[in-house]
Design a protein around this ligand. Structure first.
Ligand code: GLU
Length: 138
């Protein structure tokens, strides 16, 4: 079962998110990722495997973010790959999403988005969410 953690505040977010994901590891997962707001830009880091591998990746980015989201994925739709791991973002990088569960009408939503010109990059059902947010936000 997936795990979700989020933080928005005055403290540095990266370690808080990683600690939260580590605490959720017992639920089982196949990949992990975080999205951080670094100087008003979205930075996404993902790894297939353990939260420890994701932690290694975070050493390579600045740690100034005070807001972010994190996810441990238990794949239901799409293979266990980097592309399918969460978070998923909108094309304009305005929205980043982590999701638990299944979107039963994801195929119809994907077709709608493709007709509207969106490129859905992964095979997971979840990726339709950030694109739909971008579409409706505009
Ligand atoms: N259905 C989503 C996926 O396969 C979310 C799975 C989960 O709850 O971790 O990416």
């Amino acid at each position: 079962m997936c795990g979700i953690v989020g933080y928005n505040g005055t403290k540095l977010a990266t370690n808080l998110l990683l600690e939260g994901l580590a605490a959720l590891e017992y639920r089982g997962y196949d990949s992990a990722g975080v999205a951080l707001v670094e100087q008003e830009k979205l930075v996404e880091l993902k790894s297939v495997g353990r939260v420890g591998q994701l932690t290694q990746l975070t050493y390579k980015v600045p740690h100034k973010a005070t807001a972010g989201i994190g996810h441990t994925r238990w794949a239901t739709h799409g293979e266990v790959t980097l592309a399918n791991s969460h978070p998923h973002s909108s094309a304009d990088k305005t929205f980043s999403v982590v999701h638990n569960g299944i979107i039963e009408n994801h195929h119809e939503l994907r077709l709608f988005l493709e007709e509207e010109g969106f490129v859905v990059q992964s095979h997971t059902d979840s990726e339709v969410i950030p694109h739909l947010l971008q579409y409706h936000f505009k």
